[in-house]
Design a protein. Structure first.
Ligand code: ZN
Length: 264
């Protein structure tokens, strides 16, 4: 997952102690039991990069599979920009490595169905109005029409990473026009770490909840660990400027709950 500088770095804190700020606090969302997962029905998980699925919703995926609910993962980007200067791993090899890591992560979560990989350019997933946007949205719409999921999991629409926002735009464009739109649940990745106030849900915008994933937390951690190239410099060892997930970032995903948002 390549890094992207946020416009404003604001720690995601509760409003406690802040000047009458009404900062949205993921930690205060109501907690739903793990048994809630199975009620979501067959699910398509949209990941902008390999690792977003494990970080943002790995616990929910494991719970869905535990309940024998079908899960199809769609990878949006080619994942090649985490280590753009590597010569040992030129772009095609980087893409292959990251997709192999994704497949391993999915096996850890109990997903045996191969992911669908759209291969859009990492860091340049098209926004609405840009080249390839309509084509990619149509691809997604055809997939939704074929798979007929009850639920779609997608990054929060203002998650502070350009590819995550672009992915949300693609998914919402694909959903427009479907006769029976699935339920859209938005998961959180970068907003845990560095959301500006405007990136967060505004009053009345969403109903949100947390899901108890304590019973599958070890599975989730194994899935995250499968993305080895994003965790240790020794996998792609010739790009010292390459991206690695920080311990601080990983700590957000070691908690026994995940947050989900539904726009009202
Ligand atoms: Zn990502």
């Amino acid at each position: 997952m390549p890094d992207a500088s946020p416009s404003t770095a604001t720690p995601l804190l509760s409003s406690f102690g802040m000047r009458k700020a009404l900062v949205f606090d993921f930690h205060s969302l109501p907690l739903r039991p793990s048994s809630y997962a199975a009620t979501l029905g067959s699910t398509v998980v949209i990941a902008p990069h390999p690792d977003d699925e494990s970080l943002g919703c790995g616990g929910l995926i494991a719970l869905l599979r535990q309940a024998a609910v079908p899960v199809q993962v769609v990878l949006i980007s080619d994942g090649t920009m985490s280590h753009p200067n590597s010569r040992k791993f030129p772009p095609a090899a980087r893409q292959a490595l990251r997709e192999a890591e994704l497949r391993q992560a999915l096996l850890e979560l109990g997903v045996e169905t191969s992911p669908v990989c759209l291969g859009l350019p990492d860091s340049k997933v098209p926004r609405e109005g840009q080249a390839r946007f309509t084509e990619a949205a149509t691809q997604l719409q055809e997939l939704f029409a074929t798979v007929k999921p009850a639920t779609i999991l997608c990054p929060w629409r203002r998650d502070p990473h350009p590819d995550h926002r672009a992915t949300s735009e693609l998914v919402r464009a694909a959903l427009t026009g479907l006769p029976v739109p699935p339920r859209l649940l938005e998961y959180v990745v970068w907003a845990w770490e560095r959301a500006a106030p405007t990136d967060l849900p505004q009053p009345g915008e969403v109903s949100g909840w947390r899901l108890d994933v304590g019973s599958v937390l070890e599975q989730k951690q194994r899935a995250i660990a499968a993305h080895r190239s994003q965790l240790a410099p020794g996998v792609i060892d010739d790009d010292p400027t390459g991206f690695l997930l920080s311990p601080e970032m990983l700590a957000h995903f070691a908690r026994p709950f995940e947050a989900y948002l539904e726009v009202m």
